[in-house]
Every structure is written in structure tokens, then in C-alpha cells.
Design a protein around this ligand. Structure first.
Ligand code: AP5
Length: 210
């Protein structure tokens, strides 16, 4: 299965992708994670990507598409993949359609108020990137990753100004993809306001319909 998860920052794309990946045994590919790896390096590109991400803007399409195409060529995508955070522009969607077909697009529907609450409480592991929420998905020991025991931190782009910009960028650049994929008969809306288990159950039901 080749699946796209669409939705604004904090809708729960990464969280749902992890559930589907475990259930279906296919990799979850997050362009945000790939860019965070790039940004951690000490190169000119890393500095550029870091600045763009901290503001909550989009990395240019040519860089993003090149990186995604390279990732799809790794040997683990034979049975399919889940794209979390790609495509985010019409140009990226067109570039993707030139290299592969997609089976379904799940559109995570959620209010701005809910995503702001989720992003404000999100904490990630400084080493393995595991995602928690201080109220909804707390670690066993406050501030410490269950998996590797290291400190949890707030993402640089989870500051109020960057969150506002990410939501505005989503509305302007990414939301047009909802119509794009609906017109192609690939899109299914999923209410993303429930618990992770509830959202996963709705996603499974939606995928059976595809
Ligand atoms: P990226 O990392 O993709 O950020 P995003 O799309 O803004 O999405 P998030 O990771 O913030 O949220 P999510 O929907 O995955 O939610 P999560 O599951 O973590 O991208 C970062 C940046 O990289 C971009 O701003 C851009 O600069 C660049 N970039 C990436 N892709 C690009 C592209 N294609 N083109 C150009 N630039 C690109 O959940 C959020 C919180 O809520 C967590 O704390 C979680 O525990 C909690 N939670 C999740 N689900 C639930 C639930 N059902 N109930 C309660 N709590 C929940």
C-alpha cells in the first residue's frame, strides 16, 4: 500500500503513521524527520534548512523532491510506504505522480485550537525522536524518553510564532492538495480529533473503503 497522510501541523500524522507502519509492516517516511537529520549537520544546506524550519516555512520544492526521491529508492519500500508530510505543494504532488502511483490519501481533519494544544504539549526525545505529549501521551517518567532514557525537548518550530506561520503556510500551500486528491478519487477524510487509538480505527475503516 502506498499511502499519503495529509493534514496541518499537529494533526497527528506522525503518530498515526507509526500505528499504520506497525500494523502493515511498511516504512513511514517523514520529510520533517529527514530535514531534522539534515539540519543537525554542519553544512551550508543544514543552516539554510534550519532557518526555514525554525520560521515554519517550507523548504524549496527542488530540495524536498530530490530528497524524497532518494529516500524512495532505498530497498525497504517494495511493499509500499506511508508518506508523512509529503507532498505539501502542488508541484511536489506532480513530481510524486511522475515517479509512483498512490493508493490512498488520508486527510486528517482537525480544528486549529486542537492542533495548537497538541503542539504546545508535544515533547520529543533529543536522541531517538520519539514523540510524546505532556497530557495525552506522557512518558512513564516526566521529561525522560521511555525508549532510550534521554531528555525530552520541545521542537524549535513548536514556538507560538512558528506554529501560527505553519498553519498559515498549510492553508495557503498544502490545503489545495485536498481538492487535487479528491478530484482523483484518492482522498478519504478522517476525523483526527479523537485519541490516537480512535483515529487509527477510523483510518483502518477508511482504508478498507479504498
Ligand atoms: P514536519 O515534521 O512534517 O511537521 P508538521 O507537518 O508541521 O507536522 P508535525 O510533525 O508538527 O505534526 P504531526 O501531524 O506529525 O503530529 P504528531 O503526530 O507529531 O515538518 C517540519 C518542517 O520541515 C516543516 O515546517 C518544513 O519546514 C519542513 N518540511 C517537511 N516536509 C516538507 C515538505 N514536503 N516540503 C517542504 N518543507 C517540508 O502529533 C503532535 C502532538 O500531538 C504530539 O505531541 C502527539 O503526541 C499528540 N497527538 C498526536 N495524535 C494525537 C491524538 N489522536 N490525540 C491526542 N494527542 C495526539
Amino acid at each position: 500500500m502506498k499511502l499519503i497522510l495529509l493534514g496541518p501541523a499537529g494533526a497527528g500524522k506522525g503518530t498515526l503513521a507509526a500505528y499504520i507502519s506497525r500494523k502493515c509492516g511498511i516504512p513511514s517516511i517523514s520529510t520533517g524527520d529527514l530535514f531534522r537529520e539534515t539540519a543537525a549537520q554542519d553544512t551550508t544546506l543544514a543552516r539554510k534548512v534550519r532557518d526555514i524550519m525554525e520560521r515554519g516555512d517550507l523548504v524549496p520544492d527542488d530540495i524536498t523532491v530530490g530528497m524524497l526521491e532518494e529516500r524512495l529508492e532505498r530497498g525497504d519500500t517494495g511493499r509500499g510506504f506511508i508518506l508523512d508530510g509529503f507532498p505539501r505543494t502542488l508541484q511536489q504532488a506532480e513530481a510524486l505522480s511522475a515517479v509512483t502511483d498512490i493508493d490512498a490519501v488520508l486527510n486528517l481533519v482537525i480544528s486549529d485550537e486542537a492542533v495548537i494544544r497538541r503542539l504546545a504539549g508535544r515533547r520529543i526525545c533529543s536522541k531517538c525522536g520519539a514523540v510524546y505529549h505532556v497530557d495525552n501521551m506522557p512518558p512513564e517518567k516526566p521529561g525522560v524518553c521511555d525508549k532510550c532514557g534521554l531528555r525530552l525537548v520541545t521542537r524549535d518550530d513548536d514556538k507560538p510564532e512558528a506554529i501560527r506561520n505553519r498553519l498559515a503556510v498549510y492553508t495557503e500551500k498544502t490545503k489545495p492538495l485536498v481538492s487535487y486528491y479528491r478530484e482523483r478519487g484518492l482522498l478519504v477524510d478522517v476525523d483526527a480529533g479523537g485519541t490516537p487509538e480512535e483515529v487509527f480505527a477510523l483510518a483502518q475503516k477508511a482504508l478498507e473503503q479504498c
